[in-house]
Design a binder for this molecule. Structure first.
Ligand code: ADP
Ligand code: NA
Length: 330
């Protein structure tokens, strides 16, 4: 019995992952390592599609890996590596560029969104073609499942199209993957503006819970979360987005179902929910800090985990690339 293969990448974000990254993505990575032969990478090649300071990029890439390990990725049960350590990504990326239509690439809506933010003239060609590099990322591992958010669905469609195109032209080479859109995945909202997704580019840092911030600061953010003028603790995304967001986070961190939480908080005020959640978060995040610090304080162990991960990833990636090159006449 071979477990299905899963592949996912996460950007090396500046400083710290936030609670949305953890509950919306990283927690699913941890769960999938049990059911899948899972490959996870910190995608530094994607990070350079926008300008990066070299020393900061290197530090953030290591910090991202340390946080993934601290959050529960186990190098014995999954393959964790840094994208640029496996040169086959760039190599297959070029091959995929050469079978993608310019018009087809132009229809990727993420580029339109991302380049609009920077001013279209300043956006790089790398940013334009990053979905094609993502195609190579996935196909190199013959992944069956790609755990992604709804916003990445179009890129999985591109992956399927290019895999089928290559297989049709040159003979069966790539597994055609399916998106693994996790239905019950928590979407976490800003604590100050609960109609906006929690994001590192938040308007106000007061609504953003960074995992590596001082836990006291985060606890205060939970205690001063924006709710509404009502008093009843009930899940209602439309009329009570703030309370619903707090219930989502509570449920995700404790494993208690939302209906059960509604019963527990019957007759209690918002203050009780916020204070409890502050305590629950601190209790969860304290060992996370300790583990992150341990990995950062022991660079040899972290390097060795990442070197072993890259070696395991390369064994798979090199075989796929060799087959693709061979079929194309390279
Ligand atoms: P940001 O939105 O802060 O820029 P990224 O785009 O780097 O974060 O997201 C990294 C991962 O975390 C993605 O899988 C994304 O879907 C997930 N994610 C980011 N923000 C949230 C959120 N508020 N709720 C749930 N998942 C999120
Ligand atoms: Na995002």
């Amino acid at each position: 019995f071979e477990r299905p293969r899963a592949l996912s990448g996460i950007q090396p974000t500046a400083g710290s992952f936030h609670l949305g990254n953890y509950l919306g993505a990283i927690r699913q990575y941890v769960a999938l390592q049990e059911s899948h032969d899972a490959f996870y990478m910190v995608v530094d090649l994607h990070a350079i599609t926008v300008p990066q300071d070299p020393a900061e990029l290197r530090a953030n890439t290591r910090l991202a890996a340390a946080q993934l390990l601290a959050a529960g990725l186990d190098p014995e049960r999954c393959t964790l590596f840094i994208q640029s350590h496996v040169p086959e990504h760039a190599q297959l990326g070029w091959v995929m560029n050469c079978i993608t239509g310019f018009g087809e690439a132009s229809r990727m809506t993420q580029f339109k969104d991302k380049s609009a933010k920077q001013g279209a003239d300043r956006a790089t060609v790398g940013l334009f073609t990053y979905p094609i590099l993502q195609v190579a990322d996935i196909l190199l591992y013959q992944a069956d499942a790609v755990p992604v958010g709804e916003d990445q669905r179009q890129h999985i469609e591109l992956t399927r199209d290019l895999a089928e195109r290559f297989n049709g032209r040159y003979g069966p080479t790539f597994t055609v993957p399916a998106p693994h859109i996790v239905r019950e995945v928590a979407k976490i909202y800003d604590l100050q503006d609960p109609t906006a997704k929690m994001s590192k580019s938040a308007a106000s840092p007061k609504g953003l819970v960074n995992l590596l911030d001082d836990p006291k600061v985060s606890a205060k953010k939970f205690r001063s979360a924006v709710t509404d003028t009502d008093t009843v603790i009930r899940y209602d995304e439309k009329d009570k987005p703030g309370v619903s967001n707090l219930l989502t986070i509570h449920s995700a961190l404790t494993g208690t179902g939302i209906p059960e939480l509604e019963r527990q908080y019957e007759g209690k005020g918002y203050g009780a929910l916020k204070t409890d959640l502050a305590d629950i978060f601190v209790e969860w995040v304290t060992p996370f800090h300790e583990r992150t610090r341990e990995y950062l304080g022991d660079p040899e162990t972290l390097d060795s985990v990442l070197a072993k991960g890259a070696e395991k990833a390369r064994a798979v990636a090199a075989e796929t690339l060799a087959a693709a090159y061979d079929r194309m006449g390279l």
